[in-house]
Unconditional design. Structure first.
Length: 420
């Protein structure tokens, strides 16, 4: 068989070197911010029952209709690589009886997700999101705190030219009445709409607000807006959210055309964009989903959450690679008698790690001169040059060295580090 190169599938990517360190930094900052606010880490399986997304996200959404990676297992069950994080977390909330815990239950995650969409800058078929969900309270302060935490995270990660758009979708009842009004308007302007929007007038008319089709965009500028038709309780809830955001000095723009792409949203919806990303400016977004847990078999449970695209943050932000601490000791092997010295060096390596030292060992068969150059490049504090029965311990900062029994090296390094 002839050898050939195999590349990663289209829309996926490898994370290497400093990219991995930048992601580690992002995760550390997200963890600190969210866990200080009482959120605990959760991770759900990459594979979920397909029915979870059909029922939870909505069969009329682009995610379910066009973007899911779905397969059958050996028993004929339909499974899907998770395309989003909220429905799986609500499934876990029900499955593990989290409604019995003190409410709200506050959870955060950093996970990979999968959607079959056109790959472009910062958007991939396998992508990562950091997200937060608060389940069990319909207080407007939950909405406001969630949004403020996300704004703080984006700010801390240096995301530039951020704008917050905010709206309310009201309750399912008021939205049902509005849908009929909007469908009537769209039917009256069908000739100006894209084919895709025309095909979904009955199924999901609100998606017309997200269309990039020029004729549809012009038509939607004059369309009735849901925010103008929500009930009094929903309007009061939205007013309180806006009031709290103002109290937190967080600037926002009320955008009545903001509908989000998932069927489970109710009341508050929001999106953060960055002008640094050009036309595809979305960085993060979310909203309230008060009926989703009940739809998945749980008790009536309000919920609020968001997700932020890790790749989008890295594009629009200033996330530096996490600092990597240099080794405190590098174990080098003197030239000659390589097998014998390798055994002694390997024993020293284990002893140093057991003592808690950051230590690396020569593994590439280099000459002693090249080993010392490599240790210097790594920034090693000490180099132990293993010879026959003895070891030369060289201080790479001070320049001195001493000859020791090999089993005394670890103690000498620890003593030297304590004097710094």
């Amino acid at each position: 068989m002839s050898a050939r190169k195999i590349k990663a599938p289209r829309g996926t990517f490898d994370v290497l070197g400093e990219q991995a360190e930048a992601r580690t930094n992002l995760e550390a900052r997200a963890r600190a911010l969210l866990e200080d606010a009482g959120y605990e880490r959760i991770e759900t399986p990459a594979l979920e029952a397909t029915e979870l997304f059909k029922l939870g996200v909505g069969e009329s959404t682009d995610i379910v209709r066009k973007e899911m990676f779905t397969l059958q297992d050996g028993a004929g069950r339909s499974l899907t690589l998770r395309p989003e994080g909220t429905a799986p977390i609500c499934r876990a909330y029900v499955e593990h009886g989290m409604h019995k815990r003190r409410q709200p239950v506050k959870l955060w995650y950093l996970s990979s997700f999968f959607r079959h969409e056109r790959a472009q800058a910062g958007r991939f078929r396998q992508f990562w999101q950091v997200g937060a969900e608060a389940l069990g309270s319909d207080d407007p302060a939950v909405d406001a705190e969630s949004i403020v935490l996300l704004a703080a995270l984006l700010s801390e990660l240096g995301v530039k030219a951020v704008r917050l758009r905010l709206s309310s979708l009201g309750s399912p009842d008021s939205r049902g009445e509005y849908r009929e009004r909007l469908k009537a308007y769209l039917r009256g302007h069908e000739a100006d709409l894209s084919e895709d929007v025309r095909s979904r007038i009955e199924l999901n008319p609100l998606r017309a607000f997200d269309s990039e089709h020029p004729g549809t965009r012009r038509t939607m500028q004059r369309a009735p807006r849901l925010l103008e038709h929500i009930g009094s309780e929903d309007a009061e809830h939205f007013a309180h959210v806006c009031e709290l955001l103002s109290e937190a000095n967080l600037a926002y723009e009320v955008d009545s055309a903001l509908v989000r792409g998932l069927d489970y949203y109710t009341r508050t919806v929001f999106e953060f964009t960055s002008d640094a990303l050009g036309a595809q400016s979305g960085v993060a977004g979310g909203g309230r989903y008060d009926g989703l847990v009940e739809r998945l078999g749980g008790p009536p449970t309000p919920g609020m959450g968001w997700a932020a695209g890790v790749e989008r943050i890295l594009l629009a932000g200033d996330v530096q690679p996490a600092a990597v601490s240099p080794p405190e000791l590098f174990v080098a092997l003197a030239d000659g008698q390589r097998a014998r010295r390798r055994r002694a060096g390997f024993a020293l390596l284990g002893a140093a790690r057991s003592a808690g030292l950051r230590v690396q060992m020569e593994l590439a068969g280099r000459s002693l001169k090249r080993q010392l150059g490599h240790a210097d490049t790594l920034g090693a504090r000490y180099v132990a040059i293993v010879e026959n029965g003895e070891t030369v311990l060289r201080d790479m900062q001070q320049g001195g060295q001493e000859r020791l029994a090999t089993d005394a090296v670890v103690h000498a390094v620890l003593r030297g580090l304590r004097t710094l």
